[in-house]
Design a protein around this ligand. Structure first.
Ligand code: ADP
Ligand code: MG
Length: 335
């Protein structure tokens, strides 16, 4: 655990108590976000990324419940905080940007009122100052004609502009950490690139740490410092982006890398065969086992533990576990 961790998540587990049986959407998840860095959280749809994000700010929808773990933010465990402390953390400590800005914005509230509300709730501006601050924030997220746009309603804006407004709201209280959950997924490709540029720019300007959630490793390559790969509710590999792209250790990570369009010249887009399993009916052992081209007998016994495979790089896969039957280190590889 680095002392420079702004957020450190330890063994976080979130369960949806549904029929016919409980769904473990977030399963023993541990990672940290260091000051000033961008951590990418990547995985296919349904792997538990959004539930992880909502668990961090304690906004998991019923019947979901956090059943274990710790979320240490700026030195204290948010899972032990009171609801009123959490209201302060949301916004002033951790800002968030969602995939669908339209769902997060109130259709009958003007853009400026959304930003003003965030500022006034946290005691950072009087109603009189809030409008001026809102215009400044809209300028910061590069909305042209900010002094006019501040009086627009959400439906008067394009998707890209709405996402900029979401960022202005997220940044209003200058939180040290921003969680962006698929911030570009609902946007056109050209607008996606602009929003990613803006995220990088905001990170520098506002001195942020960022948790960037996406199903797209291409976005991670351009934006993140480190990456955590999520599969069926678990982090199966994490490490520095460059290291993960050069030496992916988990067959799932290798599959994701192979499916990046235009990843390397001449390669075909290869999707991973099969689909993410139903999180309420996981196979015994490694949940990726049934889709894994390198599946071994040991993979069906229990979920693999964490094996360090390089500097700051760890994986949960028997192929890399020297103690496992079939593990590569056992066969004499160095790592
Ligand atoms: P991702 O963001 O990676 O696409 P989510 O975190 O949204 O995935 O969801 C992970 C899993 O959690 C879903 O596949 C589903 O099994 C479960 N889940 C999420 N929300 C609910 C809910 N409201 N009720 C029951 N199960 C849910
Ligand atoms: Mg999601």
């Amino acid at each position: 655990m680095g002392s420079d961790a702004l957020l450190s998540v330890e063994n976080l587990t979130t369960v949806f108590d549904v029929r016919p049986g409980p769904v473990v959407a977030v399963n023993d998840v541990s990672f940290e976000i260091r000051r000033g860095e961008t951590l990418g959280l990547v995985g296919e749809s349904g792997s538990g990324k959004s539930v992880t994000a909502f668990s961090l700010i304690r906004l998991v929808q019923s019947p979901g419940q956090i059943t274990g773990g710790k979320v240490i933010f700026q030195g204290r465990d948010l899972l032990a905080a009171t609801e009123s402390e959490m209201r302060h953390v949301r916004g002033a400590g951790i800002g968030f940007v969602f995939q669908e800005p339209m769902a997060a914005l109130n259709p009958v509230m003007r853009v400026g009122a959304h930003i003003a509300e965030a500022l006034v709730v946290h005691g950072l501006a009087s109603k009189a100052d809030a409008r001026t601050r809102a215009i400044e924030l809209l300028r910061a997220v590069k909305i042209t004609d900010a002094e006019k746009r501040v009086d627009d309603y959400p439906h008067q804006l394009s998707g890209g502009m709405r996402q900029r407004v979401m960022m202005a709201i997220a940044l209003a209280c200058k939180p040290p950490l921003v969680i962006a959950d698929e911030p570009t997924t609902a946007l056109d490709v050209t607008v996606q690139a602009q929003i990613l540029d803006l995220l990088r720019d905001m990170k520098r300007q506002f001195d942020l740490s960022l948790l960037l959630i996406t199903h797209d490793l291409g976005v991670i390559a351009e934006t993140a410092d480190r990456v955590a790969v999520m599969y069926a509710g678990r982090i199966v590999e994490q490490g520095p982006v460059r290291e993960i792209f050069r030496n992916p250790a988990h067959p799932y990570t290798r599959g994701l890398l192979a499916s990046i369009p235009g990843g390397s010249a001449g390669t075909r887009l290869t999707a991973i065969d099969g689909a993410v399993p139903n999180l309420g009916a996981l196979p015994p052992g490694c949940s990726f086992g049934p889709r894994c081209r390198e599946h071994m007998a040991v993979c069906d016994t229990a979920f693999p533990g964490v094996t360090p495979v390089g500097p700051d790089h760890a994986v949960r896969c028997y192929l890399n576990d020297p103690k496992a039957e079939g593990g590569r280190l056992k066969a004499g590889a160095t790592n």
